[in-house]
Design a protein around this ligand. Sequence first.
Ligand SMILES: [Zn+2]
Length: 67
Amino acid sequence: MSERAAPFHCPYCGDEDLRPSETPSERGTGAAWECRSCNRAFRLKFLGLLAQGLAPSPSDGSAGGAP
Ligand SMILES: [Zn+2]
């Protein structure tokens, strides 16, 4: 598994003009990215695997059936 995850869109403004942050970051804290559109810097961090996997979420009990 690769440790680097490249975001495709800025989580704040949705722009695609992202670049890796030049600021030195500590190891293990995640990759830092900068958005050139809204001038924000953010960090991506892998938190871990989901315990429940991809199991479908239980419905609220309203079995409508309509798509
Ligand atoms: Zn942005």
